[in-house]
Each structure stands twice: as C-alpha cells, then as structure tokens.
Design a protein around this ligand. Structure first.
Ligand SMILES: *Cc1c(COP(=O)(O)O)cnc(C)c1O
Length: 435
C-alpha cells in the first residue's frame, strides 16, 4: 500500500498559516477534524487530483459537488477559454445569463424566475430576506445539522464546518437576530409541529436541505418533508429548499423531483457554476417579482452572472441534460459502498451506507443516522484513522464525518476497484485502535 510523502503540502500549509487564519479560506479544508495536514493541489483531471508533491488521488469530493462530470472536462474548459477571449466581466447584462436561467428552469420547474449570485451563502441569505419581505413576518425555522452557508440568521446548529469544530453557533451573531431563528431536529415531525404551532403567526419561512449533505449524507424522510410543505402552505409561510448541494447532484430536477414536492423558493450553488463561484435562487414568479428592481426587497451583485461563470455553468448544465448520468452515478456509488461495507463487516467493523444519484455517505455505525445527533454518535476514532489512511494512500474522501461524498461520471470500474483494494489493505493494517 502506498504511503504518500506530503512534504511540500506540509511546508505550504505552514506558510499559509502565517498568511490566512488557520491557513485556509474555508474551515473544512484545514483537516482539523481528523488531525491531518491538508493536501495542496496543483492540477486535476477526470476522477483524479494531483498534489504539490506529485501524488495522485482518486477524488471523492469533487470540489464539494461541481466536478460531477469529472475535473477539467473538455467542454467546460473550452467554454471558459472561449469566453476569456471575449472579456471576463462587463458589469452589464449578457445573453449568457439567460442561457443558464433557461437551462435551470427547464430542469427545475418550480423555478419560474431566477436570480444569479456568487455563492450558495448569498443565495440562502436572500431567500430569507425575500421570504420576510414578502410575508411581512420575521421568524424562520431551520433544522439541526442543516447548513445553509454562513448567513448570520442561519448559523444556528448548522452542521458540517460548525459541528466539525464543536461550535454550537458562532460568536458575532447578535442574540437579537438569532432569536428569530428556531432550529428543530431533522426528520422529527413532532418537534417541528410543536415549534410551528407556537410561532406560526410570525413564521416567514421554513428552510431545509431536503437531502442533507452537511451532517454527513442524510436524506429527509418523505413524510417529514411533506409535512413541511402542508404546514407552510396552510400558513402562507414560504418553504425554501436549500438545494445548493443536492441540486444537479442527486438528479436533474434536484431533491424536489425525487420527492415530488414543490417548494416556493429554491437555493442553488456548487454544480451550476461548473467549478466557478456561483449561486442562484429562484421560485414562484409572484415571490421573485418582489425582488429589486421589480419589487421592494433589495439584492445586488457587481459580479453576479459573471460571463466566465455563466459559460462554465452552461457547458456543465448542457452536459448533464444530454447525458443524464444520475442513474449511472448511483449504480457506481452502490458498487463502491457495498464493496466497502462488505469489507468492513467481514472485519467486524459496524458500517452503514447510503447514496442518491452522485451523492453518498458512509458511517461507522450499525444503523444509518437519521439526524445530526445520530451522526455525532458514530465512531470518531475509526473515522479519523480510516480517513487519514485513505488520504495518505491516494483516496481522497471528505475529511469529516459531517460531510458527504461525491462521485463523478469519470469514476469507472478501474477507480472503484482501486479504491476497494486500498480500503481492504487499510482495514488489514488496522483502523480500530487509537493512534
Ligand atoms: C455549500 C452549501 C451552502 C453554502 O454555499 P457556499 O457557496 O459555500 O456559500 C449552502 N447550503 C448548502 C446546503 C450547502 O451545501
């Protein structure tokens, strides 16, 4: 089994720490949860990443979603290259923005009108403002372990990055603002109803990851999501599906297509920029028209709808529509996960797995978790030992048990077999002891 030398990554991280807080521009990259040194990358192609020490990795993060057709896909590269020659930003409208809007609308019919922004955080932040402006109400309900970006109102029991570092929520969020946010257990209908009944007169919106990817991979239960739809409809509150991660990752129409539930607003990000920084939100025309300049709720962005990002996004969305890879992705993810599970169970290690389309999760537990408390109870020591061994052996899984896994159309039999062979060797070497 390989044991990659990562001397350059170690040196680069050391320097980065003198320049940036924690050495990174986004916390999960620091590998704190598994006590590891982050890997610094230089290039990527297909299913593979290559680091500063010239090691090769099979990538199961895919930039947290966007690399669904593989890294450096020729169609996306050439779309971006062509646009670079024509200009990188005009600060004015282009037909490229309508191209992306049309493609997204075609796949997600609940989106009647859409606005492009630069990140998922901007998207969810504005859905909340729009819901409050439209309803004239203040309160929102979210769910423990759902992450909706680093929006002040939504950094309450926010999963992944926050859970990874054990912060229940963040300093810097005024209590006066947090008091409008109510968080209940995911997939817990009773708890939701209790809070809903208490605050429904002032309830602007319910926001949820219908398929959660920030407490590990935990899909919503159908009757739970249906209840959210029924109650918000009855109360004229806005139901917001945060599909920043699940959008164009679990199916062409997102989680809302899989469950056949229509939200009022949807937040998107990650995949829709083809690897460039993009977010978007959209939904019912009546609500979206409440947004400036057609309505009174303000939102703006100097680089929003950036031509490079729109060119990359268009190329990727067209590929996804043409190839509709989601069944194949799920099939390949199943081979990978069933294989891993068989190896773990053979060695007496409790292991549970789940996947939908190109997203997946595995847990060191007998039973699949249904919420973030269940995930918290899964084994940390084995997870951390396993993850460090995988990464040093060239298998790049997400470095926190609160993150999901991602597979791309370029992960074929060869990559999956190599992964399983490596996992087998790692288990034989031993992953159950405290190091
Ligand atoms: C990543 C993510 C966000 C935030 O998107 P950024 O582009 O990182 O700001 C919001 N919601 C969900 C579900 C996400 O996975």
């Amino acid at each position: 089994m390989k044991h990659n030398k990562i001397d350059k990554s170690i040196a680069l991280f050391k320097e980065a720490k003198t320049l940036m807080p924690g050495g990174v521009n986004s916390p999960v990259r620091a590998f704190k949860n598994i006590n590891g040194n982050p890997i610094f990358f230089e290039r990527a192609s297909g299913a593979y990443l290559y680091d500063a020490d010239h090691n090769e990795y099979i990538d199961y993060i895919g930039s947290w979603g966007p690399m669904i057709m593989g890294h450096s896909h020729p169609d996306i590269v050439s779309a971006i290259k062509n646009q670079v020659e024509l200009g990188t930003s005009y600060g004015a409208p282009t037909s490229l923005e309508s191209d992306v809007a049309r493609l997204i609308k075609k796949c997600i019919p609940s989106i009647e009108k859409i606005r492009m922004v630069n990140s998922g955080t901007e998207a969810t932040m504005t859905t909340i403002r729009l819901a409050r402006g439209f309803t004239g109400r203040n309160k929102i309900i979210k769910f423990d372990g759902c992450y909706h970006g680093h929006v002040d109102s939504l950094l309450i029991k926010a999963g992944s990055g926050v859970a990874t570092f054990g912060l229940p929520d963040s300093p810097g969020v005024p209590a006066d603002l947090a008091k409008y946010t109510f968080s209940c257990e995911y997939n817990n209908k009773e708890q939701f109803l209790e809070i809903y009944n208490e605050i429904k007169d002032d309830l602007a919106a319910v926001i949820v990851e219908p398929i959660a990817g920030n407490m590990g991979f935990v899909p919503g239960n159908e009757d739970f999501l249906k209840l959210l739809r029924e109650t918000t409809s009855a109360n004229n509150s806005i139901l917001i599906f945060d599909e920043v991660m699940s959008g164009f990752r679990v199916s062409l129409g997102g989680a809302q297509e899989i469950y056949n539930i229509t939200p009022d607003l949807t937040a998107l990000g990650k995949v829709i920029g083809g690897g460039l920084p993009v977010g978007a939100f959209g939904g019912k025309e009546e609500i979206m028209n409440y947004l400036a300049p057609s309505g009174p709720v303000y939102q703006a962005g100097t680089l929003s709808g950036n031509p490079l990002a729109m060119a990359g996004g268009t190329a990727l969305l067209q590929l996804l529509i043409k190839e509709n890879p989601f069944k194949e992705l799920e099939k390949n993810a199943s081979v990978l996960l069933e294989g891993m599970k068989a190896l773990m169970i053979e060695s007496g290690i409790p292991f549970s797995i789940n996947r939908i389309g190109g997203m997946f999760g595995f847990f060191f537990s007998e039973e699949l978790p249904n919420n973030i408390n269940d995930v918290a109870k899964t084994d940390d020591v084995i997870f951390s030992n396993f993850l460090n061994s995988c990464i040093r052996s060239g298998i790049y899984f997400a470095p926190s048990k609160y993150e999901a896994g991602f597979i791309s159309a370029m992960h074929k039999d060869e990559e999956i077999n190599r992964t399983l062979e490596t996992v087998k060797q790692i288990i034989q070497k031993g992953i159950t002891n405290e190091i």
